[in-house]
Design a protein around this ligand. Structure first.
Ligand code: SF4
Length: 491
């Protein structure tokens, strides 16, 4: 992958629609940017659940969607599993792994059976107490089949003392620490929950026919023609069943200050999504304008690193009055390249995915706008390609502050030591990137562009202030305790 920061999963759920499975398929497609490692749909006919998951993109797992729309004969021939998924209640998931390896056993929704029936769970986020909980359950004999953090939730649900609680789900959620937006599919209902800090997004919409939809980003509503109603509040559980939508809280509202991941706005979310009360494209343009004020430069053209730097570059160009142009174009058809991540090959991969438009950069003083820099090696590869194309000067502008700390709340950044800005000052960063100047957005500047009060956002990857304390070592592969001797098909 060219990008060295990875999304952390996307969720979609819909209740009471005769085309629930088909709409979930389209919803997941629109969320594909949040994870491409695996995809899955679980559905219910009101009595029992069926679940299909697989490795790769939504298109690959569900074979281009053709199978869910064509007549049963073709469906059966092409991909028999999907005909079982024509039920009115469905949830779906696209995954990028933030706990546990990329393998079929970790794909979601995760289907389980316990004393109260079946449940399928889809999770976006990262549980920081997953290892502790799993150790505790294993000590009493529980057997786990996955190495992700989500399976522990099904064990918590099944524990006899939790089952007998008046509100088992609320009770279970109070045992979880970390970031979680969750969808639970039971035979007769969907329950959606968001952690008390509201770290990952989760929102509610409604179709024209009045069916409720819950998803990570509002772009999924656009994909199926649904309207955004509101976000699921931090600490809230939403229940969708045949009586409609009902809400309850598992923490008292107002007792926890939210810590929304502002990186969702900067990089992860799609430009046409509205999250944390603000459109993503408009927010990024604001960042670009502010960046131009904080780090002005005399140049001939502003070019974005597509796609995530595009909106900020538009803002930078608007504010600076320097013409905007597309100096790089992204190939959306390369997919995974299966190469070892050595430096030489990484640079070739960058060239393959991002082609330079020589006519735009040759002989020019260019401002390159990107949303963020993680390791820096990918960015340096792009810079070298621009130099080879004849750029006279290259001025790097970044629409977020230098990333110095890892994320433990559902974003797969490299270790602290691998981060470019860890233990490097601006001069050293400029030399590493081989640019003529570098300018990062200040943290105050970033927060001044946001719609909510400053203290409503998580900013830990810039200042190390983790709102949920990290008391134990959190490691993506902490639950990968044994080598798995399994052969899996991967994309
Ligand atoms: S540490 Fe950074 S990426 Fe992680 S939740 Fe906080 S703001 Fe988002």
């Amino acid at each position: 992958m060219v990008s060295d920061k990875k999304e952390s999963c996307g969720l979609f759920g819909i209740f009471g629609d005769v085309e629930a499975v088909q709409k979930t398929y389209f919803g997941l497609h629109s969320l594909q940017h949040r994870g491409q490692e695996s995809a899955g749909i679980a559905s219910s006919d009101g009595e029992s659940l069926q679940c299909y998951t697989g490795m790769g993109t939504v298109r690959r797992v569900f074979r281009a969607g053709r199978d869910i729309f064509e007549e049963p004969q073709t469906q059966k021939r092409a991909f028999g599993t999907l005909e079982k998924l024509s039920n009115p209640i469905a949830i779906g998931h696209v995954r990028y792994s933030t706990t546990g390896a990329s393998r079929a056993a970790n794909s979601q929704p995760l289907l389980a059976e316990y004393s109260r029936g079946q449940v399928a769970v889809a999770h976006n986020g990262n549980l920081i107490n997953a290892t502790l909980l799993r150790d505790e359950y294993e000590a009493y004999g529980s057997i786990f089949k996955s190495t992700g953090d989500t399976e522990i939730i099904t064990h918590l649900l099944a524990k006899p003392t939790h089952v007998s609680n008046p509100d088992p789900l609320a009770h279970v959620l109070n045992h979880l620490q970390g970031a979680y937006s969750l969808l639970f599919l039971f035979a007769d209902r969907i329950e959606a929950a968001r952690d008390p800090y509201g770290i990952r997004p989760l929102c509610i919409g409604q179709t024209e026919r009045g069916c409720y939809v819950v998803t990570s980003e509002t772009c999924a509503f656009d994909a199926i023609g649904a309207k955004f109603i509101r976000e699921v509040e931090p600490g809230e559980i939403i229940r969708l069943d045949k009586t409609g939508l009902s809400s309850r809280f598992f923490v008292t509202p107002g007792t926890v200050t939210p810590a929304h991941c502002i990186f969702e706005h900067i990089y992860f979310a799609k430009q046409n999504s509205t999250i944390f009360g603000e459109n993503v494209h408009e927010f990024r343009k604001k960042l670009g304008r502010r960046l131009a004020v904080e780090h002005p430069i005399d140049a001939d053209v502003v070019i974005p690193v597509p796609d995530s730097g595009t909106s900020a570059a538009v803002g930078y160009a608007e504010q600076s009055k320097i013409p905007f142009d597309m100096g790089m174009v992204r190939s959306h058809y390369v997919g995974r390249t299966f190469i070892s991540p050595g430096q030489k090959l990484r640079e070739l991969e960058v060239k393959l995915k991002l082609a330079v438009v020589n006519e735009v950069v040759d002989g020019k003083r260019i401002v390159v706008v990107d949303d963020s820099i993680v390791r820096g090696t990918t960015t340096r590869g792009k810079i070298r390609t621009l130099r080879q194309a004849g750029a006279k000067q290259i001025h790097m502008r970044v629409s977020c502050p230098p990333i110095r700390f890892p994320c433990f709340y559902g974003v797969d950044f490299p270790t602290k030591e691998e981060l470019l800005a860890n233990n490097r000052n601006l001069k050293q960063i400029k030399e590493f990137l081989e640019v003529d100047s570098v300018g990062y957005m200040s943290l105050e500047g970033l927060l001044s562009c946001a719609a909510l009060p400053e203290d409503h956002y998580c900013t830990a990857c810039w200042n190390g202030r983790y709102r949920i304390p990290i008391d134990i070592a959190v490691n993506k592969f902490a639950l990968e305790r044994y080598q798995m001797h399994m052969f899996e098909e991967v994309e």
